[in-house]
Design a protein around this ligand. Structure first.
Ligand code: HEC
Length: 241
């Protein structure tokens, strides 16, 4: 069978008539969805997914902690000190104090071992695990002059500047609690109220010296410590110097 003979018929017409026969124009209502609709659906899926994750407690994405997804959105550590979804006061102080420690670590070292000529160690230091009256005063007002830590003598020029004016009582309490319970140290929790008590009682404009601090070496600021690990952690007296 040959193509219908028509005066105007050309090869091109024949070709197209065959294509049209096999594949008709789509009815207008069957046209593919417009591109904008595709993108709209994608957007809805992304937004809905981002809502669904956190809402169901399955996961959430925190850009500052990319591992949060892998760890199921929670704290990857064992359940120590975690009551339900909230940290107990000691664990919270350790967490916040740990963040603040970054500024101490610049001098005292990330693991509290100190830096020759810059700052003495905090790990195993009797100033850290000793009386809280002394430790709070050291941070509140700074300290200068000779120190003996674990039998080693230190005397770093200009000493350490005070932190009392730049840190809140709560921030100071947190970082002191952290230092007393890190690097192998064990000590009771220092609370905001304890720091405040020293602040109210001790008005001092100059840095401490070790000699001035002697009366406070073994004394602990009175005050309630929330029940838990911070209350029991080695309430032992400071090692003799
Ligand atoms: C700019 C450096 C620097 C920074 C930052 C710093 N310290 Fe110190 N710190 C020193 C120096 C130096 C001494 C010793 C002073 C002396 O020789 O009398 C010292 C002494 C101490 C002591 C008593 C001695 C000892 O090693 O146990 C403690 C406790 C202490 N710092 C804790 C802290 C904490 C907690 C922070 C963070 C809030 C901090 N320091 C931040 C330099 C620093």
């Amino acid at each position: 069978m040959s193509a219908p003979a028509h005066p105007d018929s050309t090869d091109l017409d024949r070709l197209h008539s065959a294509v049209k026969r096999e594949k008709e124009d789509l009815a207008p209502e069957n046209r593919p969805a417009p591109l904008w609709a595709t993108f709209l659906l994608m957007l809805v899926a992304i937004v809905a997914g981002a809502q669904l994750g956190p809402m169901t407690g399955g996961w959430s994405f925190d850009i500052s902690n990319p591992f949060s997804i892998a760890s199921g959105g929670g704290d990857p550590r064992p359940n120590d000190g975690i009551v339900g979804d909230t940290l107990d006061p000691f664990a919270l102080a350790m967490k916040k104090g740990g963040s603040s420690y970054a500024m101490c670590g610049g001098c005292h070292g990330p693991t509290g071992l100190g830096n020759a000529g810059v700052a003495p160690p905090l790990a195993g230091s009797e100033y850290v695990t000793g009386g809280t009256e002394r430790m709070i005063r050291i941070l509140q007002h700074g300290i200068t002059g000779p120190l003996t830590i674990k039998g080693q003598n230190y005397n770093i020029p200009n000493g350490m500047q005070p932190f009392g004016a730049t840190m809140s009582a709560q921030d100071l309490a947190n970082v002191l609690t952290f230092v007393r319970n890190s690097f192998g140290n064990e000590g009771t929790m220092i609370t905001k109220e304890m720091v405040q008590k020293v602040r109210d009682e001790e008005k001092r404009a100059s840095q401490w010296t070790d000699a001035d601090l002697k009366p406070f070496a073994e004394k602990n600021v009175p005050g309630d410590i929330p029940a838990g690990p911070g209350a029991t952690a080695a309430a032992a007296p400071a090692p003799a110097k």
